[in-house]
Structure formats: structure tokens, C-alpha cells
Write a protein that binds this ligand. Sequence first.
Ligand SMILES: NC(=O)c1ccc[n+]([C@@H]2O[C@H](COP(=O)([O-])OP(=O)(O)OC[C@H]3O[C@@H](n4cnc5c(N)ncnc54)[C@H](OP(=O)(O)O)[C@@H]3O)[C@@H](O)[C@H]2O)c1
Length: 239
Amino acid sequence: MNKEKIALVTGVTRETGLGLETARQLQELGFMVIVTGRDFLKVVELAGESPLLPMDIDISNDEGINITAATVKKVYGKLDVLINNAAGYFDQHGTLLSTDMRYVQEAFNTNVLGALRTTKAFLPLLKKSPQGRIVNVSSSAGTFTDPVFGMPFHPANVPVYSITKLALNGLTVKLARELKETNIKINAVCPGFVATWPGTAELGARPVSEGAKGIVWAATLGPDGPSGGFFRDGQPVPW
Ligand SMILES: NC(=O)c1ccc[n+]([C@@H]2O[C@H](COP(=O)([O-])OP(=O)(O)OC[C@H]3O[C@@H](n4cnc5c(N)ncnc54)[C@H](OP(=O)(O)O)[C@@H]3O)[C@@H](O)[C@H]2O)c1
């Protein structure tokens, strides 16, 4: 068994994104980190000369996920941490009634089913880890209670995005139940409002390094840590 701790992060194609920052923080903690994205050349470019290992995953279909899982199995024989970070479809000021159903289907296929199919593909490798950890990067947009970004309140509405994140939280609860008797813990994490896009810091978004810390917290939980929860900065988020 490989003694090195191996982590894999999806959706690592932007210098200012949470994926790359999470990967860097895990690497600083001693993990060998596989960074993935659907724009493979971009992932390679971002990894640069660092020890981050680029691989090719588009979470909207099985092919790249299965090839990468087979490669990780062959090279490392296990996976310790899976970060389901990739997502999209932030439908600002959209409405459910006017949005094309193909858009809604693609959003669910990426934000919800993408996390599920990635989790399923890597599960056998996570089971080989003494303590496998899965983190679903969610959002307070998928809560009923957040007074700013919750379902009834969000200033930009983002209805499709919000419902996918609500579903991702539900998926997390159900998978935690199914994985109860294993060494695997799975949690959803809201990174907070994070300055991953230009102009958002001016609107009050916090540094990416702060948002990534809560993801890394859930990725490195000890054996007594929670499973099936929804957290921000290591604290439970009511939803
Ligand atoms: N920033 C915030 O304030 C905030 C708040 C709450 C939650 N979040 C969550 O945090 C996570 C990261 O967001 P971010 O702000 O860092 O934005 P981001 O850089 O746009 O991250 C999303 C990543 O997902 C990738 N992606 C989209 N569809 C994909 C697919 N089919 N296969 C593989 N990768 C795919 C994107 O790649 P492409 O470049 O190829 O599109 C991008 O790299 C997301 O889950 C987001 O919902 C962010």
C-alpha cells in the first residue's frame, strides 16, 4: 500500500478558483494532489512546475472519470481524499419558468450527477484508504435559512444553481448513510462568498485562501469527525 496521502480535486482550471487553492493547501499538508479539469491543457498550465499532477476529467460524463480512476488505481492503488469542487450554471437573475430545460438538465448533470458519478468511480479506491474523505463543495444558495444567499432571498436569484446545491446536500446525507459502515466520511462544505471572480472582492467576497480552508478541514477530518453534514469554516450550517 502506498503510504503517501493522495488527493484528487475536480474543476481546477482557473488560477483564482477554489479548486487550485484547495489543491495547494492540501499539497502544503503533505498530500500528493491530482488536479483535474475538462480543459486539460489549462490544468497542465496551472500545475506548471509544481508537484500537482494534472489529469483529464469532465464530470459530465463517465469516460474521463473512469480512465482517471483506472490510472490512479494502477499508479497509487488508493485515493485518500476526493474533492468534488467542479460546478457551474450560476444562472444570475434567471427564472425556472423561462429557462430552457436543456440548461436545467445540464446543470443537474454537472453539479449533482457529476459529483455522484465521480464519487462512485473513485469509491473502490477511497475504500482502500485507512480514512477516505469526500468533500462536496456546496453553497449556502442551496439552503432555506441563509439570510442573504438562501433560497428565498438570494440577491441574484440563481434558481437552477440553488436547487442543484440543495440536491447536492441531500446527496451528501444519503451517501453518508450508505457509507456509515466504512472508513469513508462525506460532507458538504460551503466556502462562503469567495473572491474567485473579478469584482466580487469589492462586493464583500473573502479571499480564496479563506474559502478553501473549510474544504481542507473536511478533507482532513479525524476518525471521530462528522459525516453527512453541511459545514462552513468547520461549523455546521443550518439548511
Ligand atoms: N466563489 C464562491 O463565492 C462560491 C460560493 C459557494 C460555492 N462555490 C462553489 O465552489 C466551487 C468552485 O467555484 P469557484 O468559485 O472556484 O468557480 P470556478 O473557478 O468557476 O470553479 C468551477 C470549476 O468547475 C469546472 N467545471 C464546470 N463544469 C465542469 C465539468 N463538466 N467537468 C469538469 N469541470 C467542470 C470549471 O471548469 P471550466 O473552466 O472548464 O468551466 C471550473 O474550473 C463550485 O462548486 C461553486 O459552486 C463558490
